[in-house]
Design a protein. Structure first.
Length: 391
């Protein structure tokens, strides 16, 4: 015997309600479908001078999202990453983040590059949406408001460490600091200057250059005249190889230190022997420190044919979706809406996250994190471990 349909078993009032619900579902199919997924935003440079690094970071984050979803997602619901281009430009970043907040309605978004992180902070705070800075180094990122947090250690962690190492372990007495005159360079250069001075060293030259510059002869000649025994370079990843090349061409042979932005195979490819002796910081474990990192780099070699540009940064970008997923999973289990306010509250309640490629991080009350500092040096055409100088 044929069973009656669901609708035919309902009374007239219930039938009308059911039909109305069906029509609503049909007309709002996309919205209803999205209730079975959780979104977060990723605003990174996909074009422009920093795209070489931004695209690798996006790829790393997407690998993590895919792995999370393959393992069941957010209690069976899909994790979706909405990616928009910032060009590492503050104004473009504002446009991208405005869309993430107002159109895509994400409770949290991830971004990097100090100028962009600072420019979009008011959007996060005004809309009560969490901003996670993953890669910006400017120390004042920690002071951008209630909804802005960094999961990447700021410059006062690694630059203080490398400055102290240069003055003590390397025995350098006179340092020159060369930095890009923007949000990435100025605050970070000041951290190095103050740390080197505190370690009983002397800053004999402190030179800035315009971020659009292509010729660095002027500041380099001033540095050469000051006769430092070490130079710290705090520039953008795009022009740093050219700065180092010009320094060597001018006969400047003293060791050059920098931050983790230059820790990538491109530097060695572009400079060749001129890269020898360059020292960089890394705020993430290397291939010899953690088996998961070794497997991760092997995947890059197999699927992309090279190591990632800015390896430590891509490790943090890979790990960030896991942090996001942990918070969303907790909210989902509690039946709480994935709003920015709830995300922030739950994130701070969890506080400590054990992540695949960078290890354990704890969000501190000052909105920062602290991590060990690894130093790496170019030797024999390869980046090699040099020292562990943090805890």
């Amino acid at each position: 015997m044929t069973q009656p349909s669901t609708f035919s078993r309902l009374g007239p009032g219930a039938l009308v309600s059911a039909l109305a619900f069906a029509l609503l579902a049909a007309s709002h199919g996309v919205a209803l479908a999205q209730q079975a997924a959780y979104k977060f935003g990723l605003a990174m440079p996909l074009s422009g001078g920093q795209a070489l690094y931004g695209n690798d970071q996006v790829k790393a984050a997407q690998w993590a999202v895919d792995a999370i979803n393959a393992a069941g997602g957010i209690n069976g619901k899909k994790l979706e990453m909405v990616v928009l281009d910032t060009q590492a430009d503050p104004q473009v970043g504002i446009q991208a983040v405005t869309r993430l907040v107002s159109v895509d309605k994400v409770p949290v978004f991830v971004t990097a590059w100090s100028g962009v992180v600072k420019a979009v902070a008011p959007i996060a705070n005004d809309n009560k949406v969490v901003e996670l800075s993953v890669g910006a180094s400017s120390p004042d990122v920690a002071q951008l408001g209630d909804y802005v947090y960094t999961t990447f250690p700021l410059a006062d962690v690694d630059l203080r460490a490398v400055a102290e190492y240069a003055a003590t372990a390397m025995g350098k007495k006179k340092a020159a600091v060369l930095f890009v005159n923007n949000e990435t360079g100025t605050g970070s250069a000041a951290v190095y200057r103050d740390a080197f001075t505190k370690a009983k060293g002397e800053i004999v030259a402190y030179e800035a250059y315009d971020q659009k510059a292509t010729d660095f002869t002027g500041p380099l000649l001033k540095i050469r005249a000051a006769s430092p025994d070490v130079i710290h370079l705090q520039g953008l990843v795009s022009e740093s190889p050219q700065v180092i090349a010009q320094a060597r061409q001018l006969g400047i042979t003293v060791p050059i230190t920098s931050y983790s932005g230059i820790y990538n195979p491109k530097l060695i490819e572009q400079l060749g022997s001129a890269a020898e002796g360059v020292i960089a910081t890394s705020l993430a474990p290397g291939v010899d420190d953690l088996p998961a990192v070794k497997d991760y780099v092997a995947r890059w070699q197999k699927e992309v044919g090279r190591a990632p540009n800015g390896l430590p940064y891509t490790q943090y970008l890979y790990d960030t979706p896991y942090l996001v997923a942990a918070v969303l999973t907790s909210l989902d289990k509690k039946g709480l809406a994935a709003s920015g306010e709830n995300f922030r509250t739950e994130m701070l309640a969890i506080r400590t996250f054990d992540l695949p490629l960078t290890g354990k991080i704890t969000l501190l009350d000052d909105h920062t994190v602290n991590k060990p500092v690894y130093l790496v040096e170019v030797k024999g055409g390869k980046w090699m471990p040099k020292a562990l100088v943090g805890k």
